[in-house]
Design a protein around this ligand. Structure first.
Ligand code: NAP
Length: 339
């Protein structure tokens, strides 16, 4: 199997990515036990199928080490040239506090070492406390490290539009912001998408399949209790569904998505992902991968085999129109992380 040309996107002049990124929060331990050897073996399956782009973070358990080990094994099997076929986007999620060049550089050096790279393809920066303006210091030092060649491109995760604008006004070049964006959580559409379109910032999205809740598996099922939802991801997005409109409305959405999926001979998850991939400013959708445990890549590849038409979009929109406004309930992108 190989993915069609429309599966890739020129993300930056020097980086071409797969528009379905492999998300590695799922190896952190919060989603069940992961066997490292099986996980790295499974990474070869993704690469071979054309899923070349990985999303990870310094705090996703062994994720950065898995990239390092994968690169070692890939070099041994296929030579050093094979490394140019993969892209690994990590994050730095520091504890709030004073930011010095030393603190920033030490953390970037740790990621470089763990991933066994000389340059980080993309460093996505998270900040917990907008009241603490030290995020601008951190980003200034990160921009210096980028200019010195330790980071190829600087990005953000979970920043709201107001602070993305502040960063832009400080002249710090940002290529992307990673945010929650799905048929359930459409908060980015209020301010973030227009800003990104205007300023040439890409969005990378997560939560787009709601941990697997947006799939046939939950269609026609009674509301699951939290003990049944056995990954951190399922629990996180079940809460979003509760705030969005509850299990009854969610079943209505699954029903409509199933009709659309049947029409195109694809799956509910395919329709959920396609719906977001088609939105303006969205460069890629990150789908979490429980490496060595569960593998949906063959099914997810089908997202590149069909297009949604106006009738499909209208049917889906009719259900979405009945939901709560999560922007009013929660706020802008990332506000759920900031009390
Ligand atoms: N920046 C942030 O704050 C942030 C937050 C969350 C996530 N992320 C990133 O986004 C990635 C995705 O994480 P997420 O929590 O948002 O999870 P997600 O992508 O919404 O859900 C991933 C889960 O969906 C299920 N799934 C995938 N394809 C499927 C299909 N075709 N049919 C049925 N089920 C399917 C799988 O469940 P099973 O494994 O159970 O089969 C998989 O583990 C993370 O790994 C991380 O890289 C970033």
């Amino acid at each position: 199997m190989s993915l069609p040309p429309q599966s890739t996107l020129q993300f930056t002049p020097d980086l071409r990515i797969c528009r379905l990124l492999n998300g590695m929060w799922q190896v952190s331990g919060a989603h069940g036990r992961i066997d490292p050897a099986a996980a790295v073996r499974n990474m070869f399956d993704y690469l071979e199928a054309g899923f070349t782009t990985w999303d990870l973070a310094d705090h996703y358990g062994p994720a950065e080490d898995f990239i390092g080990e994968f690169r070692r094994q890939l070099t041994a099997a296929r030579g050093v040239e094979a490394l140019s076929s993969l892209q690994a986007f990590t994050k730095w999620v520091p504890r709030p506090g004073r930011m010095t060049r030393r603190i920033v550089e030490d953390n970037i050096t740790r990621s470089l070492r763990r991933m066994e790279v000389e340059t980080l393809d993309l460093l996505q920066f998270h900040w917990w406390e907008y009241d603490d303006p030290a995020y601008l210091d951190a980003l200034t030092f990160l921009a210096q490290l980028r200019d010195e060649g330790k980071i190829r491109h600087l990005a953000l995760t979970n920043f709201d539009t107001r602070h993305l604008k502040t960063i832009d006004e400080h002249g710090i070049r940002i290529v992307s912001n990673q945010v929650q964006y799905s048929l359930i959580d459409r908060r980015p559409e209020v301010h973030m998408v227009p800003f990104c379109q205007e300023h040439g910032v890409h969005l990378l999205t997560y939560g787009t399949v709601c941990g697997g809740l947006l799939s046939e598996h939950y269609l026609g099922q009674p509301e699951p209790g939290y003990r049944v939802l056995n990954t951190a991801s399922l629990q996180k997005y079940k809460q979003m569904i509760d705030a969005w409109g509850g299990w009854g409305l969610f079943q209505e959405l699954l029903g409509v998505l199933k009709q659309v999926a049947d029409k195109h001979q694809v799956s509910i998850a395919n329709v959920a992902v396609r719906s977001i991939l088609d939105r303006p400013a969205v460069a890629g959708v990150i789908v979490g991968v429980r490496l060595g445990v569960a593998d949906h890549h063959a099914e997810n590849a089908r997202v590149f085999d069909f297009t949604l038409d106006d009738e499909d979009r209208a049917h889906i929109q009719a259900v979405l129109d009945k939901s709560q406004d999560l922007y009013r309930a929660i706020g802008d992108c990332g506000d759920e992380y900031r009390g």
